[in-house]
Design a protein around this ligand. Structure first.
Ligand SMILES: Nc1ncnc2c1ncn2[C@@H]1O[C@H](COP(=O)(O)OP(=O)(O)OP(=O)(O)O)[C@@H](O)[C@H]1O
Length: 254
């Protein structure tokens, strides 16, 4: 059976440097896939290719069976392929409530009207409240983003992505830059993502990867070198050599 998201033989080179070589991935509804690999393996490039920020040299991207390979990024988002970024792209003077309200209104094509009217729109307000609640952000809903913790800013990015009603969510290092003390918040939020949503996560924090993922794909030098269950990936010698060695050793000696 085809998945909700299917990538076939995606390839991309920058000059002489191949950064994606024949990458194929299938995700079904409810998938929890982690894409891991050393720095420069091509993980972010892969996300840029599938979301339309970069054009592949060859390969196909299917969303719900529809070929979206030639669509621009905005149309892919409208069709339910949504990403977050490694580094936050938020407005420090706006509140989480304002960010998510704007996103819901944008999705509905209502963002260009006078915003203040919509803060009284009960349907929009209800949706915004439940999104912020799901990400544990209600208590800071009306604080300026520049004043809230970095982990909460990262969670707000996920709330914004969810406000776009994705079918497939691509998370680029959701815990990057987040202090250790705040990672449990990120973990809890990831556990509470809608069960039917297909989620692909790039992440270097292996504890988070192994708690979140039900399937792991390992990239090295633009190629998939292994994929399987988290336990299989951790035990694979090729993967340990390319990437996990230091992590596995640290765990052994911890
Ligand atoms: N626009 C570009 N032009 C040329 N080379 C690029 C471009 N974007 C990325 N690269 C190169 O492609 C390779 C893959 O980079 P990419 O950022 O996808 O890796 P990554 O696995 O996401 O790394 P990290 O874990 O450090 O974020 C790197 O060698 C990078 O220097």
């Amino acid at each position: 059976m085809n998945g909700v998201f299917q990538v076939d033989n995606l390839s991309k080179a920058f000059g002489g440097l191949t950064v994606s070589r024949d990458i194929s991935i299938t995700m079904k509804e409810g998938a929890r896939l982690a894409l891991i690999g050393p720095n420069g393996a091509g993980k972010t490039t892969f996300v840029n290719l599938v979301t339309g920020q970069l054009r592949p040299d060859s390969g196909t991207i299917l969303l719900g069976g529809e070929n979206v390979t030639r669509l621009g990024s905005v149309r892919r988002v409208r069709k339910g392929l949504v990403r977050t970024f490694q580094v936050t792209r938020l407005f420090s003077d706006m509140t989480p409530e304002e960010h998510v309200t704007l996103t819901v209104l944008q999705r509905e094509g209502r963002a260009s009207r006078i915003l203040s009217r919509f803060f009284n729109d009960s349907a929009v307000a209800g949706e915004v409240e439940s999104l912020l609640d799901a990400l544990g952000l209600l208590e800071v809903a009306r604080r300026k983003v520049g004043e809230i913790a970095y982990g909460q800013q990262r969670l707000l990015e996920i709330a914004i992505a969810l406000a776009l009603k994705p079918r497939v969510l691509l998370l680029d290092e959701p815990a990057a830059g987040v202090p250790q003390s705040e990672t449990p918040r990120i973990e809890q939020a990831l556990e509470r993502l809608p069960p039917s949503l297909a989620v692909l996560m790039i992440e270097h924090d292996m504890d988070l990867v192994f708690r979140f993922a039900r399937h792991v794909v390992v990239l090295a030098a633009g190629e998939i070198i292994f994929e399987g269950l988290p336990a299989e990936v951790a035990a694979n010698s090729k993967v340990r050599e390319a990437y996990l060695g230091s992590y596995a050793n640290a765990r052994q000696h911890a």
